[in-house]
Unconditional design. Sequence first.
Length: 392
Amino acid sequence: MNIGLAIALVGLTMLALAMLLVPLLLRRQRGESREAYNLAVYRDQLGEIDRDLARGLLSAEQAEAARAEIGRRILALSAPAAPGSAATTPFAVATISVLLLPFAAWLLYARLGSPALPDQPFAERAAAARAVAEAAPRPDLAEALAKLSAHLTEHPDDLTGWLIMARAELRLGHYPQSVEAYRHAVDLSGHRVDIVGDWGEAQVLMADGTVTPAAREAFTAGLGEPATAPRSRYYLALAQLQQGDTKGALQAWVDLAADAPADAEWLPLVRQRIAETAGSLGVDPAGLKTSSGMPSQAAVAATAQATANSSPEERRAMILAMVGNLAARLEKEPGDVEGWARLGRSYMVLNQPDKAREAYAHALKLKPDDVALKQAFEAAQSAAGKSEGAAK
């Protein structure tokens, strides 16, 4: 053991003994001094009784009774104990126990501890812990997939199992195996559109980013569902780009960005595609417009910056003009359900709920089972009713 460390430990041991023994000594001294003080007071009181008797302030009977009471109190005091007496036994036992405590600790450490163990800095201990963690056995993913494959061989109708297999193979980069697993999942799910879309995406990855005809069919199937439509629109636009229709792909991505929620996770990727494709065509993204004739997001941002000093009336007039263009296009193309929904939202922003109600009604005729459209129509109808009631 290091000599400096040994000296430090001895010093700490002595300090601990002092902290335990000093209170015991002080307590004993305080007890003895208190008894001596009380005895001196009682003796003074006996002398005072004799003086009061001589002055005639007390009778002989009163003086005798007082002496008896004081004598009783003196006898009640604990006289200083002789060495080895019962009164000194607790103090002696406590002192011996405190003194023996460090020796007992050293003996216990010598028997159970490892005093000869060399020092090990924290950095070395941390490195050793990491080595142990790295050497610990880990679940073998390949073995787990083999077991899952065996399970699916015996239970080929396990949809959840096929989905787990497909996603695991996809993460491992085993794209052909993932495509095959997704094919089983698609059949078992009755061609559920979200699983079909996953299948199409796996096919794109297997083809090194190329949207194959089979993948196009998968993405086309997802256009009818709001949850899967954005992914389908993105990949179908990518297919247009790969087939040489650069302008069509750019327009599709501009329309997708215009319909996207502001916090959509995939929106930055779409914006990057728009910028790259517009650059390849030598087109300024700020001048792009959606298929409805409304400006793209980049154009709206540029317009907002340019009209920052415009009056509210001028900005409202600009918005009305864009909405009017959309309404005019929908009169010519009444089958655009997304366009009617966008028109309804625009009218609600403009505080024209009666027109919004009409736009949502057109959208519901085209898609009567859409829950979101029903809720939007009811909200517009309610707002229109309140507006009509206030006008009366």
